[in-house]
Design a protein around this ligand. Structure first.
Ligand code: GTP
Ligand code: MG
Length: 239
């Protein structure tokens, strides 16, 4: 029974994709949705388990005089202790994570939460509307997140509905061949480092399919489901 954990930088579509993926998988499977974001006000899906029943950001800000990020750190600390994710004969649990990736992945709490899940598979979401020249940085973030969480990870590009055919091809080409990113002209202080990072990515990034999906139109979700199934069955082949 895999737990599918949706991760990615702020606004990449974690919550939207949680809803869309659950909707898709529910045609053939029993699916539970889990919201781990104590700060969200409205979700585009109805969570079966919701950490806001344990703690919320507005309450912590009020009661402990914290800012939004301090409150999220505090919330994760509380959640780790009290989290009891339900098991009800499901075949998939889809897990939505907080907007601030670094508070989930780069504190002890996200990794601790993943240890409470069953066979977690991470789906790292890249926003398809990023400029190609920004891809190396997001790739590094995906790799750093993967090192922190140490679970099998699939990369997906979301918001495909906003891209035309040319943009889709270009993006996938760059993502599957990071060496091509060296062709992008960057100048100034970071130019050398940028090119070295592209070389590094070319050696570190595993050859794997990268589904192009849209949480809005549902395109590409079949491919993502197939890939999840493969990763779960083969377990390790893509990690
Ligand atoms: N066009 C388009 N918009 C999308 C897609 N997925 C998400 N969005 C939009 O992107 C914005 C952010 O989506 P969310 O699902 O809230 O993203 P998130 O990663 O959960 O955001 P945080 O939890 O706040 O970090 C919303 O306006 C969504 O409607 C998509 O596939 N296509
Ligand atoms: Mg969200």
């Amino acid at each position: 029974v895999p737990d599918v954990v949706l991760l990615g930088p702020a606004g990449c579509g974690k919550s939207a994709l949680t809803g869309a993926l659950a909707h898709k998988l529910r045609r053939h499977h029993r699916v539970l949705t889990v919201n781990l974001d104590p700060g969200v006000l409205r979700l585009p899906y109805l969570p079966d388990y919701d950490v806001r029943d344990i703690v919320t950001i507005p309450r912590l800000m009020r009661e402990e005089g914290l800012g939004p990020n301090g409150a999220l750190v505090r919330a994760m600390e509380i959640i780790v202790r009290r989290l009891r994710v339900p098991k009800r004969g499901h075949t998939y649990r889809i897990v939505d994570t907080p907007g601030q990736l670094e508070i989930f992945a780069f504190t002890p709490y996200g990794p601790a939460i993943l240890r409470k899940l069953e066979n977690p598979i991470a789906v790292f979401i890249i926003d398809g509307t990023l400029r190609p020249r920004d891809l190396p940085v997001f790739y590094l973030l995906a790799l750093a997140t993967r090192i922190r969480l140490a679970v099998p990870t699939i990369l997906v590009v979301n918001k495909a509905d906003l891209l035309d055919d040319r943009e889709r091809k270009r993006l996938l080409n760059y993502l599957t061949n990071p060496k091509l990113l060296k062709r992008i002209r960057v100048s100034g202080l970071i130019a050398d480092m940028y090119h070295e990072v592209c070389d590094l990515l070319a050696t570190l990034v595993p050859a794997q399919r990268i589904p192009l999906v849209s949480a809005i139109t549902g395109e590409g979700l079949d491919e993502l489901c197939d890939l999840l199934h493969e990763v779960y069955c083969v377990c390790g082949d893509l990690t």
